[in-house]
Ligand binder design. Structure first.
Ligand code: DGL
Length: 268
């Protein structure tokens, strides 16, 4: 158990987007070491097939398990949507994913039982959010909307740009017409669009940021399994990527909210 306590938390995503989850974990669990894996050579996953995403997810989970992580966090909604079970089946340590976390949070928040979900095409087509919400409460109406343009807009840094505002208006129009009171940001990139999305959605709609939710779930899980690292110490953060694109550092720091150091490229 002592050995497990000092092991790192493993977080993975299709690219840099999962750094929103790392950021929330750093704030919520300041003494924990974290290993992050971003598959920057093969991103985006959101427009790929189930079998491709499953193959990639398996490779990454095995990589992190070989690095002795004490818990695996699927930070990517697309991977969680189509490959959560596969990762769960191969893992020797507990696995958490952003979809279960976001779904549970949304069910707790809604008053009128009408929840909207935004995500990549792969996430929305999988119906994973609908299943996760209905596992908790099957009376809830779930309205989903694929938003394929949001990922490139965020990576372009157009967080407060007229084009992004217009795109958000288009995507949200049919969802808001259904009188939702809760909106799940079902993609790693969407927390960066929170200001625009909350402006477009209006005050009557509450946004669910799964990065924050999953950091709370991780804290509870570590306590429950008695594997939390409670000693006040300087944590070690390591970042593995499969390619370093030109703007990786800039984009990554935007997601992480701090300098991005110790980035290593993995050659499979
Ligand atoms: N990380 C993905 C997600 O959360 C978005 C980027 C991608 O399409 O790979 O769905």
């Amino acid at each position: 158990m002592q050995e497990q306590k000092v092991n790192p938390i493993g977080v993975f995503d299709s690219g840099v987007g999962g750094l929103t989850v790392v950021r929330a974990l750093m704030e919520r669990l300041p003494f924990e070491d974290i290993i992050y894996f971003g598959d920057t050579a093969r991103v985006p996953y959101g427009v790929k097939s189930v079998s491709t995403i499953t193959t990639f997810a398996t490779q990454i989970a095995e990589f992190l398990l070989n690095h002795q992580v004490k818990v695996l966090i699927i930070a990517c909604n697309t991977i969680a949507a189509v490959a959560a079970q596969v990762v769960q089946d191969l893992s020797s340590v507990p696995v958490l994913n952003v979809i279960n976390a976001g779904a549970r949070a949304a069910v707790n928040i809604t008053h009128n039982n009408q929840i909207g979900i935004l995500g990549t095409p792969a996430t929305i087509n999988s119906n994973a959010y609908i299943r996760a919400i209905h596992e908790v409460d099957n009376r809830i109406r779930v309205i989903t909307q694929a938003c394929p343009l949001f990922v490139p807009l965020v990576e372009e840094g157009w967080l407060d740009h007229p084009v992004t505002r217009m795109t958000a208006l288009e995507y949200l129009k049919p969802v808001l017409a259904e009188n939702i009171d809760t909106l799940v940001l079902g993609c790693t990139h969407y927390p960066l669009l929170k200001p625009i999305l909350s402006e477009v959605a209006g005050k009557s709609v509450q946004l669910v940021d799964s990065a924050i939710t999953i950091s709370n779930e991780t804290a509870s899980l570590l306590t429950k399994h008695k594997i939390a690292n409670l000693k006040s110490r300087e944590p070690v953060y390591r970042f593995y990527v499969t390619d370093v694109p030109l703007r990786f550092q800039t984009i990554g720091e935007r997601f992480l909210g701090r300098t991005l150091e110790h980035v290593k490229v993995v050659n499979w």
